[in-house]
Design a binder for this molecule. Sequence first.
Ligand SMILES: NC(=O)c1ccc[n+]([C@@H]2O[C@H](COP(=O)([O-])OP(=O)(O)OC[C@H]3O[C@@H](n4cnc5c(N)ncnc54)[C@H](OP(=O)(O)O)[C@@H]3O)[C@@H](O)[C@H]2O)c1
Length: 279
Amino acid sequence: MKILVTGGKGLLGRNIEAQIGKEHSLIFTDIEEWDITDEGQGEEFIRIHRPDAVINLAAYTDVDGCEVEVEKAWRINCEGPSKLARLCERYGVKLLHTSTDYVFDGTKDTPYKEEDEPNPLSVYGRTKLQGEVEVLKINPSALIVRLEWLYGEGGENFITKVVRLAKERGRIEVVDDQKGSPTYAPDVVLPIKKLLEKGLSGIYHVANSGSCTWFQFAKEVFSLLKIDAEVNPITSDRLNRKAKRPSNSVYDCTKLKRDTGISLRSWQDALRAYLINTP
Ligand SMILES: NC(=O)c1ccc[n+]([C@@H]2O[C@H](COP(=O)([O-])OP(=O)(O)OC[C@H]3O[C@@H](n4cnc5c(N)ncnc54)[C@H](OP(=O)(O)O)[C@@H]3O)[C@@H](O)[C@H]2O)c1
């Protein structure tokens, strides 16, 4: 397959090439080459490259920033994907769009299934949810892959941040009232590849298995790295961030397993792999 990737310089884009690139031809773009809010630019790309699929990783992912730059959030997270959906529908190109656990309010006390009622708590969540809705309305054969708590090589992430702060300060505080599944970005690539190869449509939840709070995640990082720092649990209220986050972000990934045979390794095994791969 020839696959065009938008938003390809971000966290997931940096982690995607090694695995899909062996079997499929990938062309990476980011905002400098293809701004997804510019339909004309997108049309030119599709006409020149004639891809079989487009993977949309482009998004405004600064969750607190979205509370301030609301119009920008709607433009990038909702209008952009709608334009992609229209283009892909017009040119017969498969669209795989990525979304988030922040479409949920976190009040469910068991893992979230794809058909569970969304109820976003933030501008980011609302714009991503409406993006999903528009994409599937315009292009019913599109795929929506919902991801969560991603980390991977390149740039700062939760792990590099807590390690840096612990080294600088000797003690850190981490929220203990948000539960999710930390997910190693390279691990979501095989599911993405399989979903595309099988020509599937609709929404899929993809995450490493098991769950923890951010506090428990930090504790596991320090334990594996043998870092002797004091880690204290705090509530989200203490952080006083602009955007509210769901207290439960855990996905039920049985639909992915049923349709592709894939279930991802535990978050602890994935974390070990990341720490071994990262110098
Ligand atoms: N990271 C997570 O924990 C997480 C969790 C759940 C879901 N997701 C979803 O997974 C997908 C990929 O996330 P990520 O973490 O890789 O995001 P990311 O690191 O923020 O990367 C997004 C990329 O899109 C680019 N971009 C922004 N506006 C654009 C536009 N108008 N046209 C084209 N490119 C544009 C960004 O460029 P600039 O940096 O220059 O803005 C950036 O390179 C997104 O759909 C996100 O909502 C991520």
